[in-house]
Design a protein around this ligand. Sequence first.
Ligand SMILES: Cc1cc2nc3c(=O)[nH]c(=O)nc-3n(C[C@H](O)[C@H](O)[C@H](O)COP(=O)(O)OP(=O)(O)OC[C@H]3O[C@@H](n4cnc5c(N)ncnc54)[C@H](O)[C@@H]3O)c2cc1C
Length: 529
Amino acid sequence: MRSTALTARRRLRELDELTAETVDVLVVGGGVTGTGAALDAAARGLSVALVEARDLAWGTSRWSSKLAHGGLRYLATGDIGVARESARERHVLMTRTAPHLVRALPQVLPLTPGTGRRRGLTVGIGFGLGDLLRRDAGTSSLVLPGPRLARPGEVARLVPAVARERLRGAWVAHDGQLVDDARLVVALARTAAGRGAKILTRVRAVDLRADGATLEDTLTRTTLTVRARVMVNATGVWAGTIDPSVRLRPSRGTHVVVPAARLGSPAGALMVPVPGSGSRYVFALPAQLGRVVIGLTDEEAPGPVPDVPEATQAEIDFLLATVSGVLSRPLLPDDVVGTFAGLRPLVDTTGSGDGPSADVSRKHLVEVSPSTGAVNVLGGKLTTYRTMAEDAVDLAVRHAGLTAGPCWTTALPLVGASSAAGAPSPAGLGGTGSPDVSASLVARYGAEAAEVLAAAVLPGSASAVGQGITGAAHLDITRAEIEWAVTHEGALDADDVLDRRTRIGLVPADRAAVRDVVEELVADALARL
Ligand SMILES: Cc1cc2nc3c(=O)[nH]c(=O)nc-3n(C[C@H](O)[C@H](O)[C@H](O)COP(=O)(O)OP(=O)(O)OC[C@H]3O[C@@H](n4cnc5c(N)ncnc54)[C@H](O)[C@@H]3O)c2cc1C
């Protein structure tokens, strides 16, 4: 096993080595799909390099709803195969590969006159079917409790801001929730690095050829030529920029962020039917750092793919209005402290940019590109990244005639996961085993939580990054975590830390409040590498 620590120094060394060798697999794109593929290939004993133009989880993988779905929504569209796969992969995440990053989240659908008896019945049947998927996947009710009807008092305990007037009760069902999507990507990348994969951020693939690629180190603006036996293009909504045969029609999904206190610091997610739609819901999801995230929209996003998609005012208004329909006090525009949006890759099957499109955001597409010869892996879900990676590497091995072992990632825990005694519970909120290690640190780092604190050498490591800063006292990220991001998680600057290793940046006011402190800590940590 190699070290799982990603650093600026390691990046430089491995970039240098890369120009002198031929790797078995070159993965392009450092989102959940690319890092998952790099881990899958490295675990089979192949030599692997992954290049990411910006930073780990720069793209769609940090803009998700952060749910490990059990597949219920796919049942509604009759996609039983996708639904079962989703439930199986949720099981793998919650019990073997990343139990430290995924917890059981109660989802609460209030039953009010506005819900309608028919919708209440449909939801009950849907939750029952979702529970069959859970059983089919072998997930115990200790990990994910089954669905049930709750009385108004319990609804008020789970989501205190729900209007009590004429509330008959609620359906409550559990799904998996990631502490953060970008943390899953970083854990995948580090686990792959531990198996020898080179993980190289700030390296853009400019051109893919049959025998390798031309890359640009975006920090030095130098061009490198690398040789690879096969390439995997996992660039998500940007896939068409390096492969002219891929045509995408992205669709935008937007979330707003509000302070958790505004909804009474809920313990569960609120699920609100979209008026006039038989099957759509808006969710208000409790999140780390004292926030609630409300989503999701689905809007066509034609034109060039932006670096960072932006929410529109109409989407924000729609989300606030929908959730407010069941609250005792409506949410107002002033309650919004942040917004974020991501793009789903929809494959354009018409070639003309209009007409019907095939939604591969649910299923995934794995094929050898007719124009680059690389294996394109597109669409899917965060939840199903592992099967996408398996399918992509299977095809890559066949296509290039490589000798490789079978896929075994269902049994490969990611860094921070542990089945040892004293490890975090499946909910990620179990006992920490040490008075210094907070439950939130365990929820973010699992079995590595104590090491994050112990490895820190800069002063005041256990104190919160926002300590003493007006308006930042609610941020429970320690100074040690900022240092760890640089010494172990491949963060190269303060933006990597603010926007991806931690999610402080989801709220611009939080970001501005601690930016100077984070910049200073990052500079000190980089200087010590
Ligand atoms: C709004 C929204 C909410 C979602 N919510 C959920 C959810 O709750 N649960 C769930 O399971 N799924 C969810 N999904 C789906 C999930 O987020 C995506 O399927 C997944 O993140 C896609 O990951 P990816 O690695 O394929 O793409 P990306 O994360 O976009 O990664 C592609 C990477 O490629 C890099 N790149 C691009 N061009 C180049 C180049 N030339 N050279 C090198 N690197 C390059 C980019 O910088 C980027 O980092 C959601 C999707 C959306 C849009």
